[in-house]
Design a protein around this ligand. Structure first.
Ligand code: FBP
Length: 549
């Protein structure tokens, strides 16, 4: 098999670990006081009678302890994020350090693999070929939801057959919510299986007081920022295009904000702000067109607009429309399926909506209207990465500028290019930060297993400091939960972290954006560096740095 030169060199990289894991001995778990869920304490406590209120865990060095060998299972869940292979290699190395007899099994194709009993034993040779590489292909991933007791029971049968005593689920907020439910269930029925979660997602929305960031965010935003910088320089050279760039991130705008801070484009839209200000699609279009007109006055007929993927769902009128569409799709899909002709389908859909939503629906360009009624994902979410918001905005901004021109308020020629950066960042070879952080998360998971914990998320904190000073520990999954209404039902879920409009990263954007809009202040971050001066190779994200100032 052919391996790139870079991959060959990168395979030699030894991820950095928190000092607690680099000693000769073992570690002991230290309990740091009881915890409460972030909200709805009464309800969450009742739902999680076994795992509610567990203490925070940190580790202390101890003499070498000898432990009985264990078999452990691991699952990769949801969208790919750079560093997944390093979580698995950190887990593997940590387990082998506990006892060389320990064995690791990977369930294939995501959580579904556990239920369907599809697995592979992960051997040292196999792990070695995946160290510091991007992707989840070592065992694959999937979006099957683990939430029903019959799935848990079937899974338990499969775990027992392999003698597995602990399961590590590497996933985002939804998958870790389900990890918490699974941990509780296995405790309740005395299954003898520990469940540990690891915070994954490029979206950066699985974070809280104890989880500073999810792995993958750093690398993905570095890749996108490199590309944005390249495009910005092209725009500045040719001076003839406005580039509308949609950035992945299902709902929160952390990715757009981070890339905006790194590259200083003319416009960075933040969905959370759009929602807070109750902006309409028309308001957003007016704002963009206004900036374009202002730049045109200065003879600048080019620019960069960053659009968070989730924007469409944060525009209050669109959110209401999508909510109604979700109901229609959930309850009247057979009627919709009976229409093959797209025009007829659209008019049937609009007849099923309230007057206001129906009017908005028919006013949208046809391809967007069609994209809005595509299938939902297994969690019931609109697949926002498949909705071409960037094209919608180009079309509407173009119309607006035409109107402005007729009134003599715009003199330029508007020529736009659309881009979507998403998949190109999700499987990049992890940056040093993500390689180290993911490895440390996996290693920490092994320590939580070794100290007998269940219902915890692996946590590594103090991330702006050098890795040796990172603090490893465990955070009870129930601590991050609250009750939210999901698809018509109240459910316990890990609270998703949206962009904090009072937080420092957003403040920074706000402080500079008027200047960045009209002047040209682009920054060109360039490609991720894996070798070279440490302040370049180990650079932290703007978001992490500003949040921890
Ligand atoms: P996770 O939350 O599972 O990590 O997924 C992140 C993500 O990349 C989103 O940014 C994006 O909207 C979605 O996955 C795309 O999903 P898919 O890979 O199924 O197209």
């Amino acid at each position: 098999e052919k391996i790139s030169l870079l991959q060959q060199e990168r395979a030699k990289y030894r991820p950095k670990l928190p000092a607690i894991f680099t000693g000769e001995g073992s570690v002991l778990a230290v309990e740091r006081g009881k915890t409460e869920s972030v909200d709805d304490q009464e309800t969450v406590r009742t739902l999680f009678s076994k795992t509610y209120g567990l203490p925070l865990i940190s580790f202390e060095p101890s003499e070498k302890i000898s432990l009985e060998p264990v078999n452990v299972g691991v699952i990769l869940s949801g969208g790919q994020a750079p560093g997944g292979h390093n979580v698995i290699s950190g887990l593997f190395d940590g387990l082998k350090a506990l006892n060389p007899e320990n064995r690791l099994y990977g369930f294939l194709g995501g959580p579904g693999g556990l239920v369907e009993n599809k697995y592979r034993e992960l051997t040292a040779d196999m792990i070695n070929t995946y160290r510091n590489t991007g992707g989840f292909d070592i065992i694959g991933s999937g979006r099957t939801k683990l939430e029903k007791e019959e799935q848990f029971d079937k899974g338990l049968e499969n775990l027992k057959a392999l003698g597995i005593k602990a399961l590590v689920i590497i996933g985002g907020d939804d998958s870790n919510t389900n990890a918490g439910i699974l941990a509780e269930y296995y405790q309740k029925i005395d299954a003898g299986v520990q469940v540990i979660g690891c915070p994954k997602t490029i979206d950066g929305d699985l974070k809280n007081e104890m989880i500073e960031v999810s792995f993958g965010f750093d690398t993905a935003t570095k890749v996108y920022s490199e590309l944005i910088g390249n495009i910005a320089r092209d725009a500045l050279s040719a001076k003839k295009y406005w580039h509308f760039i949609k950035l992945m991130g299902r709902s929160a705008s952390h990715i757009a904000l981070e890339c905006g801070l790194k590259t200083q484009p003319n416009i960075t839209l933040i969905s959370e702000e759009v929602e807070a200000k109750g902006m309409t699609l028309g308001d957003i279009v007016d704002e963009i067109a206004g900036t374009i007109a202002k730049r045109a006055e200065k003879g600048k007929h080019f620019g960069i607009v960053l659009i968070p993927e989730g924007l469409i769902e944060f525009i209050p009128e669109m959110k209401a429309l999508i909510g109604e569409l979700n109901d229609v799709i959930a309850h009247r899909s057979s009627e919709l399926d009976s229409k093959d002709n797209p025009d007829e389908k659209r008019s049937l859909v609009s007849s099923m909506l309230s007057e206001k939503a129906g009017a908005l629906y028919v006013s949208l360009p046809e391809d967007i209207a069609d994209q809005l009624i595509m299938d939902r994902d297994p969690h019931g979410n609109v697949q926002v990465s498949r909705i071409e918001t960037e094209k919608l905005l180009i079309e509407m901004v173009g119309e607006k500028l035409k109107a402005l021109k007729e009134k003599g308020m715009y003199t330029g020629k508007f020529s736009a290019q659309n881009h979507f950066f998403g998949y190109e960042g999700r499987c990049a070879a992890p940056s040093n930060f993500d390689a180290d952080y993911a490895y440390a998360l996996g290693y920490t998971a092994s320590a939580l297993i070794g100290t007998g914990k269940t219902g915890y998320m692996s946590s590594v904190r103090n991330l702006t400091a050098p890795a040796s000073k990172w603090i490893a520990g465990g955070v009870p999954l129930t601590m991050m939960m609250n009750i939210e209404r999901r698809h018509g039902e109240d459910k316990p879920v890990i609270r998703k972290a949206l962009v904090d409009l009072k937080g420092k990263p957003f403040e920074m954007l706000k402080k500079h954006r008027d200047q960045w809009a009209v002047e040209t202040c682009y920054v060109y971050p360039g490609p991720i560096q894996y070798f070279g001066p440490e302040d370049v190779t180990d650079q932290r994200s703007e978001t992490l740095t500003l949040e921890h100032e």
